[in-house]
Design a protein around this ligand. Structure first.
Ligand code: ADP
Ligand code: MG
Length: 353
């Protein structure tokens, strides 16, 4: 059991306010992905939780015990927290086995734990190599194995999969997720990759400019983003100008049912959000209300993201699942049909007020 509570934590480096009042709760045995763009404060938050940086204000608790407040920082080695830093940080003079076994007692070493965690990260048979003779991705996986080996109750991972090839990434990601779950570990994983966060996490905490701006299960953060910035950062967003009548919006794509976001009444909305997979591309003469022209096709293998322009110039994105169709070529005129409800926001993103 290990619950982590971060409350109103601030941390500055000189004039740079890296953390500006961070609140975060990670329930025991769950994995939270802290998702944010570069420079939003993710690594700083992880370092404060680990005990590498003192906090300027606020507090951090582990299972209710205070581990960080201004002026008092429980040292990293007394926190029962394992860290996988952004740069692997292996001991260069030790073999892979030596690195992974470093924090293990003799019984675990004899019990084959080293070999087991190396197999988990896909490095069985690499025991006698030295870090210098491994690729960046392999070194990162050794660092992961080293952190997981002693079954730590809390594991902090800083962009641990970013140096892996795309194919390996998905596999190692699920293996690590499985290992953390099997151990009942509480984990915080930092990433700027929204697909990774959506795929691996029980909860996502979206970070922007030193604050957690929304946290919740992945489907909630994707489906009900708290504000336009979150909507645009977590997935592709289609913004449409809207006139509200009751719980319906009149948009350039026709009338669309609306669910409101937050506490604001939808009738104050001037802009609604759709996701590209809610927009279906049909033949232009079909019973679709609106026609549009394909202006760009981003082919992604299993699907494609089309950029379309409506007659009035409004740009729209549509995800199509038969990307090779002759309808989906640049210049073609197609029909559009909307599925499901839109989300209403009072102010368009990026609009000066
Ligand atoms: P992220 O991991 O999300 O990319 P960081 O936590 O590394 O973000 O950085 C947040 C902000 O704090 C950035 O503006 C960064 O330049 C600054 N920062 C981080 N660490 C230090 C440090 N040791 N000294 C000065 N500025 C720092
Ligand atoms: Mg970072």
């Amino acid at each position: 059991m290990a619950e982590l509570d971060v409350t109103a934590v601030h941390k500055s480096f000189g004039l740079v306010r890296a953390l500006r009042g961070v609140d975060l709760t990670v329930r025991s045995g769950t994995l939270t992905a802290v998702l944010g763009p570069s420079g939003s404060g993710k690594t700083t938050l992880l370092r404060c939780i680990a005990g590498f940086e003192p906090v300027d204000a606020g507090e951090i608790r582990l299972d209710g015990h205070q581990i960080a407040v201004p002026g008092r920082t429980v040292p990293p080695e007394r926190r029962r927290i394992a860290v996988v830093p952004q740069e692997g940080g292996l001991f260069p003079h030790l073999t892979v086995r030596g690195n992974v076994a470093y924090g293990l007692d003799r019984r675990s070493r004899r019990g084959g734990r080293t070999e087991a965690v190396l197999a988990l990260v896909g490095l069985a048979g690499f025991e006698n190599r030295i870090p210098h003779h491994l690729s960046g991705g392999q070194q990162q996986r050794v660092a992961l194995a080293r952190a997981l080996a002693p079954h730590p109750p809390v594991v902090l991972l800083d962009e641990p999969f970013s140096t892996l090839d795309a194919g390996l990434r998905a596999e190692v990601r699920q293996d690590v997720r499985g290992a953390l779950r099997a151990d009942g570990a509480t984990a915080v994983l930092v990433t700027h990759d929204q697909a990774e966060a959506l795929s691996i996490a029980d909860e996502i905490a979206v970070m922007h400019d030193g604050r957690i701006v929304q946290s919740g299960p992945p489907d909630l953060v994707y489906g009900a983003p708290a504000d336009p910035w979150v909507a645009g950062f977590v997935g592709e967003a289609v913004w449409l100008p809207a006139e509200m009548t009751g719980d319906r919006a009149d948009t350039p794509l026709g009338p669309v049912p609306v669910v409101s976001t937050g506490h604001r009444p939808p009738r104050t909305a001037r802009q609604v959000l759709l996701r590209p997979e809610q927009i279906e591309v049909v033949a232009p003469i079909a019973a679709a209300a609106v026609t549009a022209t394909v202006v760009h096709r981003d082919f992604q293998g299993h699907d494609a993201l089309l950029t379309l322009r409506l007659a009035d110039g409004t740009p729209v994105l549509a995800r199509v699942f038969d990307p090779a169709s002759h309808h989906h070529v640049v210049g073609r005129e197609v029909g559009l049909r909307v599925h499901g409800a839109a989300r209403a926001f009072p102010v368009p993103p990026g609009t000066p007020q």
